[in-house]
Design a protein around this ligand. Structure first.
Ligand code: C2E
Ligand code: CA
Ligand code: CA
Ligand code: CA
Length: 278
């Protein structure tokens, strides 16, 4: 009936409104996250597949929400990007990761590289590539200790702004990885124009590696291609020993995943590092 239709519409609108209100509330709370010290970095080891030693780490963002819940980035990064808060958050991530790298490099007596994630939004004109370079200088951390992970989406339309920012980071000596490699729509022509250091094979290929010929072929081909181009390869989402063995046979350089360790708070990571640094 007519009135039934109207009720459904109202119900739909009410749902939309509830979602919009939830989002606004999340945004209002997220504004306090940096000043109130609610953000945390977790660290996941990156392992040299030839030796089994921990040689690097990826920093993964967490939000200790006022409710006590530990939120993963999927629940708030989009809101951070849309609101522009990502710039403040990204700055905090960078500084915190640099501080940890400094500490662990001193503990180990050699450079300990930490990867950080940057969304495409973080390459817009107002951002901070030159500030980051200056900050590393100020805390006396070698730029090679920071590895910036970007996705192929950023490289789809390689604008002058993006090129400039990447060039600033790379000229300083910071390294760059392509995250989720193989899932983008990119032509890979950017590999010729940019000085990329690492490709990270997406988890979706690693997951199917052992049982699916297609995924294994893609993985093996990425590794051969990367090595011919002088790049190193990190496999993400390694969960089983079979996957690890298969990657080792294919000549993959590094692995990251639950097989080695889940992402850990800094103190727990440091404990792991003490026993297993490579
Ligand atoms: P990503 O960069 O691809 O990070 C890998 C994700 O896979 C992480 O999820 C990690 O916890 C998870 N993972 C690691 N090993 C395994 C495994 O063996 N199996 C499975 N199933 N998963 C594994 P997380 O921490 O929830 O992060 C999700 C995404 O959020 C990241 O994907 C990254 O794109 C984004 N992100 C994380 N930290 C930051 C940050 O500081 N800034 C920005 N802009 N984005 C971030
Ligand atoms: Ca990443
Ligand atoms: Ca480089
Ligand atoms: Ca990834």
């Amino acid at each position: 009936s007519k009135s039934g239709g109207r009720n459904q519409l109202t119900f739909f609108e009410a749902n939309m409104q509830a979602a919009a209100i939830r989002r606004l509330k999340l945004l209002a709370e997220l504004r306090h996250a940096v000043p109130d010290g609610q953000l945390e970095l977790y660290f996941q080891p990156i392992v040299d597949l030839a030796t089994g030693g921990i040689v690097k780490a990826e920093a993964l963002l967490r939000w200790r929400h006022a409710s006590g819940a530990l939120l993963s980035p999927d629940t708030f990064i989009e809101v951070a990007e849309e609101s522009g808060l990502i710039h403040e958050i990204g700055d905090w991530v960078f500084r915190t990761a640099a501080q940890q790298s400094k500490r662990w490099s001193e503990l180990l007596g050699r450079d300990f590289q930490i990867s950080i994630n940057k969304s495409p939004v973080q390459f817009q004109p107002q951002t901070e590539a030159a500030d980051w370079v200056a900050h590393l200088d100020a805390i006396r951390l070698g730029p090679r200790c920071i590895n910036v992970e970007i996705t192929e989406g950023l490289l789809l339309n390689l604008s002058d702004t993006v090129m400039d920012k990447l060039a600033t980071l790379q000229a300083s000596g910071m390294q760059v990885s392509i995250d989720d490699f193989g899932t983008g729509y990119s032509s890979m022509s950017y590999l010729k124009r940019l000085d990329i250091d690492y490709l990270k094979i997406d988890q979706s290929f690693v997951k199917e590696l052992v049982h699916d010929n297609f995924s294994r072929t893609i993985t093996e081909t990425i590794i051969v291609m990367a090595h011919k181009l002088g790049l190193k390869v990190i496999a993400e989402g390694v969960e089983t020993q079979e996957q690890c063995d298969c990657l080792g046979r294919a000549g993959c350089d590094f692995g990251q995943g639950f097989l080695f360790s889940r992402p850990l708070p800094a103190a727990a990571f440091e404990g792991l590092l003490a026993g297993r640094a490579g």
